[in-house]
Design a binder for this molecule. Structure first.
Ligand SMILES: C[S@@+](CC[C@H](N)C(=O)[O-])C[C@H]1O[C@@H](n2cnc3c(N)ncnc32)[C@H](O)[C@@H]1O
Length: 255
């Protein structure tokens, strides 16, 4: 793909497998073309590995963190299940929203919770809102532990951010879907992998082996979930530009 941005003529020319097209630089289309490339270059620069939440590293694109906050505020879950803890920043982030909303707790699962991360999360003032479970997030034992911690009638939301292979995400989707309350969300993060297959740090197989394809296949096979980004509660931008690592991520349980 070749992208030529010309600030003098105010155009962006995109040349790819679909052919060549020129759009206005200062337009929604121009912004989208540059944002798409920014995302790919930024990912290769490990851009998302440079942020913290209340002192804990949070490995997310900041824009996705804001969108996740919007979704959690709209759903107001009693329980947020998260797979993939890493340093704990996302668990602390979600616990801080629960604390601010005066409701909700976080169940966080990771196949390996390193002792320094566990200590930091357990020492955090928000730790009373977080339960840590160590195990394979798609394993039957782990899923049973999570299920046992969700009480009947509680509003549950699930965020998948562990092993991002197609097979693992599909197993997680199948395993956690029954926990998700009607109206709530099942979020398969990092579908951006499908756009990164041709980049230096990407892998060719990611074109197929990614969470976005798993979420699309899951949604196509299920009448109880729809795949759609949550509505934006506020958007006075000049044109809605999609700028996210959460490609095809947002599954809403409809019944
Ligand atoms: C991308 S990181 C999670 C980032 C974290 N949610 C955040 O926002 O900072 C992925 C994590 O998934 C964990 N993981 C990988 N495979 C897993 C599996 N099969 N089950 C549970 N966790 C897994 C890794 O140990 C790693 O900590």
């Amino acid at each position: 793909m070749k992208l030529t941005a010309d600030t003098d003529s105010g155009t962006v020319t995109i040349e790819d497998a679909a052919g060549s097209r020129t759009v206005e630089l200062w337009s929604q289309e121009g912004f989208q073309a540059i944002a798409d490339l920014w995302l790919k270059v930024g990912w290769n620069q490990k851009y998302s590995y440079a942020f913290t939440w209340f002192g804990r590293p949070l490995i997310q694109l900041p824009e996705d963190v804001i969108r996740l906050q919007e979704a959690i505020f709209a759903v107001k879950p009693d329980v947020i299940v998260e797979t993939g803890i890493a340093h704990g920043g996302s668990a602390i982030f979600m616990a801080s929203l629960c604390e601010a909303m005066g409701k909700g707790r976080v169940i966080s699962v990771d196949i390996e919770i390193r002792s320094h991360n566990r200590q930091a999360i357990e020492a955090d003032p928000l730790s009373h809102r977080i339960t840590l479970i160590e195990g394979d997030s798609a394993g039957a034992d782990t899923v049973a532990q999570v299920r046992a911690l969700c009480k009947p009638g509680e509003r549950v939301m699930v965020i998948l951010d562990s092993d991002h292979s197609y097979d693992h995400v599909m197993r997680e989707l199948e395993a956690y879907a029954p926990l998700v309350s009607p109206g709530s969300l099942l979020v398969a993060t990092d579908g951006v992998m499908e756009d990164l297959a041709d980049t230096p740090l990407g892998q060719a197989e990611w074109a197929q082996d990614n969470p976005a394809r798993a979420a699309r296949d899951f949604a196509a096979a299920r009448a109880d979930f729809t795949l759609e980004p949550p509505p934006r509660p506020f958007d006075e931008s000049a044109g809605t530009v999609v700028h996210t690592y959460y490609n095809s991520a947002w599954l809403r349980r409809v019944v």
